[in-house]
Design a protein. Structure first.
Length: 106
């Protein structure tokens, strides 16, 4: 998760936050949330995370939204990376939905 956060920050992602969902959700251990300033920026952040982690031998189980740029979800099973446009992130408010989770800002 920390590596994914570092990679998102390399592409100037904003408001990079992890939510520790262990004991709260059986679906995954962590969410990593990041914001891009445009559709192109969101895709660039997601592509960078995907490419660099693949080069390091880490492959996602599932990727959604890469063609749209509003919200890209990259599922690494234990960590799910969400890269949003700011309006989409504000609309879905995952930080509030998972308000019981421990939060870490990068």
């Amino acid at each position: 998760m920390e590596r994914a956060a570092e990679l998102a920050l390399e592409r100037k992602a904003q408001h990079v936050v992890s939510l520790d969902l262990k004991g709260i959700s059986s679906a995954t251990d962590f969410f990593l949330l990041a914001t891009g300033t445009s559709d192109v920026h969101v895709r660039a952040i997601a592509d960078h995370v995907l490419d660099k982690l693949r080069n390091e031998g880490v492959r996602p189980d599932h990727v959604e939204g890469l063609g749209h740029g509003q919200w890209v979800l990259i599922d690494y099973i234990d960590v799910v990376v969400h890269v949003f446009r700011s309006t989409t992130r504000e609309f879905y408010r995952l930080e509030d939905l998972w308000g019981d989770a421990k939060r870490r800002e990068f």
